[in-house]
Write a protein that binds this ligand. Structure first.
Ligand SMILES: NC(=O)c1ccc[n+]([C@@H]2O[C@H](COP(=O)([O-])OP(=O)(O)OC[C@H]3O[C@@H](n4cnc5c(N)ncnc54)[C@H](O)[C@@H]3O)[C@@H](O)[C@H]2O)c1
Length: 247
């Protein structure tokens, strides 16, 4: 395994579970120091305990809710302060609540936008001030962001907006920092296993590659976009969906 992230500091939001946790593990294995940021303290402690067995003092965590500007400012600054640098932000924190617009309680609708879209801005604003030159950011959208679909109006709208926000930020931070998006299809994580999840709501579209993704297959693309191998890619969305949605 390459150690191309040696000496680099990364924040991984949503790092207590699923894609975030797997991305953190991949970056740690490639030599990075990783700060997991998540609102779920119990899951964070469990995640850090398992990661520390192999990666000891290179993994830390910050408890923060991405809907809180103050908590994000504090957590991002704390992660930066440890080594005085911030090279990568991988923003995976997100929620899915599915319902047809006609039936969706507006509080649920707003909550999805607040966590998925406003949460992205809350994390990336302090990061934009602290990122090192040559750094890169990866946000997570979804195939729903381009494909939309019945029963996913808030989620799809939030993810389209994350893609748009990421492109704006890519222009604002160039040439010092690159910003890209990974748009997964259906990935086997706690989110897709939950009742009423994307996997069930999108009525199991035919998947040309014949199966759901494993989180490692998303983490590999995240790590590629963070790495110097992607040094000329910015403002791009990479679709990783087994061929469900071809652009
Ligand atoms: N699993 C899929 O099929 C799938 C498909 C496409 C996109 N995605 C996206 O990938 C990202 C990661 O999803 P996952 O499948 O790993 O889900 P997951 O539920 O396993 O992990 C999400 C993590 O985000 C954290 N989180 C949620 N709200 C938060 C908040 N307000 N503040 C801080 N942390 C918060 C949770 O505590 C959890 O640890 C999400 O943005 C999701 O929308 C997932």
């Amino acid at each position: 395994m390459m150690r191309d992230f040696e000496g680099r500091t990364c924040i991984v939001t949503g790092g207590a579970s699923g894609i975030g946790l797997t991305a953190a593990e991949t970056l740690l294995t490639r030599g990075a120091s990783v700060h997991l940021l998540d609102r779920d303290q119990v899951a964070l402690e469990r995640a850090v305990k398992s990661l520390r067995d192999e990666h000891c003092d290179r993994v830390r965590f910050e408890v923060a809710d991405v809907t809180s500007t103050e908590e994000c400012n504090r957590a991002v600054a704390a992660a930066h302060a440890v080594a005085g640098r911030l090279d990568h932000v991988v923003h995976c924190a997100g929620i899915f609540i599915g319902a047809a617009l006609a039936d969706a309680p507006m509080d649920d609708w707003r909550r999805v936008i607040d966590v998925n879209l406003v949460g992205t801005a809350n994390v990336l604003q302090p990061a934009a001030h602290l990122m090192n030159e040559g750094g890169s950011i990866v946000t997570i959208s979804s195939m729903a962001g381009t494909r939309s679909g019945a029963g996913v109006s808030a989620y799809a709208a939030s993810k389209s907006a994350v893609e748009s926000l990421s492109r704006s930020l890519a222009k604002e931070l160039a040439p010092q920092v690159r910003v890209n998006v990974v748009a997964p299809g259906i990935v086997e994580t706690p989110m897709s296993n939950a009742p009423g999840s994307a996997a069930s709501i999108q009525s199991q579209p035919a998947i040309p590659l014949g199966r759901f993704a494993q989180p490692e297959e998303i983490a590999a693309v995240i790590a590629f976009l963070c790495s110097d191998q992607a040094s000329y890619i910015t403002g791009e969305t990479i679709h990783v969906n087994g061929g469900i949605h071809m652009k």
